[in-house]
Ligand binder design. Structure first.
Ligand code: NAD
Ligand code: ZN
Ligand code: ZN
Length: 367
């Protein structure tokens, strides 16, 4: 079928919205009519050409939500008409990682997905008769996409899809970092560095876990206001003195849990240093630049601080994303303040400009 999609033709150039061909879903695959899609940093990072693993041409987008339109052969997990959130981090339910409660890094389709192919090593997208690769296994800057059934989370149809799409990446990453990866204990003191989509999600996650104190650190006063709305009890402008200020606020000890959601290795270091002696856990969510390393004084670890990373908030997508969407519907998560711009597919490049200007938290494309 012919669909309209935003194609990254050349790195460093605006996306070109145009007609492309999408083939029918193969075995284990599903055709999804996309309704909404958030614009995330990873899309812009790949479009810029800085990402060493990026490829072009491809249809970008990975924060999608939509409706199942058609099933390929042998699909059992979904039915036509189901409402779904796309998962760049799938859950096959059968691999050694899916069977372990310790990780969400499903191994089933990893290799092909990283190279831009569906699990059988081919693509459903083509441009001018030439096969075109999928992006993050999702390619959701489009009217339709074909995805493996294990990479779609079936959500409550009551959830508006233009809100639900945020659960496909940034928001879930932050929420999950607090709820799953760190599993913040009630009554704790938490510090979140960064108040973008991921950091604000982490603030909300700490609140949901019953943290007593949630300190948010960012460079933008407006974003710190949003953090208050998500449950931050204290906010602080970031800078070289952030660690000292946090130690002072916590009787000289540091926080029970710290979260880094900036992508800066200097801030990651601060997040480690602001974690409490004895048991403080630092969770790193940000993606650092290629070749950058995290500098940590080993003594901080010997004296009981721990550091861990979190991909997609440690969430097992098909189980955990629908549960988070239900918590949103129950009024526990306030999604609306994150959606600062609504754009059409044709305005997708405007979404990148807004992001570059740090204008708002999320632009949502209405497809
Ligand atoms: N681990 C994952 O699965 C995953 C998923 C999505 C995004 N990410 C990564 O998470 C990071 C955050 O994503 P986002 O969408 O929230 O980005 P964002 O750019 O919207 O937010 C980053 C925030 O960090 C703040 N910041 C920058 N320097 C600071 C400093 N010195 N002190 C305090 N705050 C500072 C900025 O003001 C900004 O508000 C990025 O690196 C992104 O690539 C990771
Ligand atoms: Zn993303
Ligand atoms: Zn798996």
């Amino acid at each position: 079928m012919k669909i309209r999609a935003a194609v990254l033709e050349d790195f460093g150039r605006p996306l070109v919205v145009q007609e492309v061909d999408l083939a029918e879903p193969g075995p284990g695959e599903v055709l999804v009519r996309l309704v909404a899609c958030g614009v995330c940093h990873t899309d812009m990072y790949t479009a810029s050409g800085v990402d060493p693993s990026g490829y072009a041409p491809t249809v970008l987008g990975h924060e999608g939500a939509g409706v199942v339109e058609r099933l390929g052969e042998g699909v059992t997990l979904l039915s036509e008409g189901d409402h779904v959130v796309t998962l760049f981090s799938p859950q096959c339910g059968r691999c050694v990682h899916c069977e372990s409660p310790l990780t969400n890094l499903c191994l089933a389709i990893r290799e092909q997905q990283n190279r831009g192919y569906l699990p059988d090593g081919t693509t459903r997208l083509s441009l001018g008769g030439e096969p075109m690769r999928h992006f993050m296994g999702t390619s959701t800057f489009a009217e339709y996409t074909v995805m493996p059934e294990i990479a779609l989370a079936k959500i409550d149809p009551e959830a508006p899809l233009d809100r639900a799409c945020l659960f496909a990446c940034g928001l879930s990453t932050g929420l999950g970092a607090a709820i799953r990866t760190a599993a913040v204990r009630p009554g704790s003191t938490c510090v979140v560095f960064g108040a973008g989509m991921v950091g604000l999600g982490a603030v909300a996650g700490c609140r949901l876990q019953g943290a007593e104190r949630v300190v948010c650190v960012d460079l933008s006063p407006e974003r710190l206001e949003l953090a208050r709305g998500q449950g931050a009890t204290d906010v602080m402008l970031g800078g070289p003195d952030s660690v000292e200020a946090i130690l002072e606020m916590t009787g000289g000890f540091g926080a029970d849990y710290t979260f880094e959601a900036t992508g800066s290795v200097a801030v990651m270091r601060q997040a480690v240093e602001a974690a409490r002696m004895g048991w403080g856990l630092c969770t790193v969510c940000g993606v650092a630049g290629k070749g950058e390393t995290l500098d940590v004084v080993p003594r901080l670890l010997i004296t009981g601080r721990r550091v861990c990373g979190s991909s997609f908030g440690g969430l097992k997508g098909r189980e955990d994303v629908p549960a988070l969407v239900s918590r949103y519907l129950a009024g526990e998560i306030d999604v609306d303040p994150f959606i600062t711009h609504r754009l059409t597919l044709d305005e997708v490049n405007r979404g990148f400009e807004l992001m570059e200007a740090q204008d708002g938290i999320r632009s949502v494309l209405e497809l």
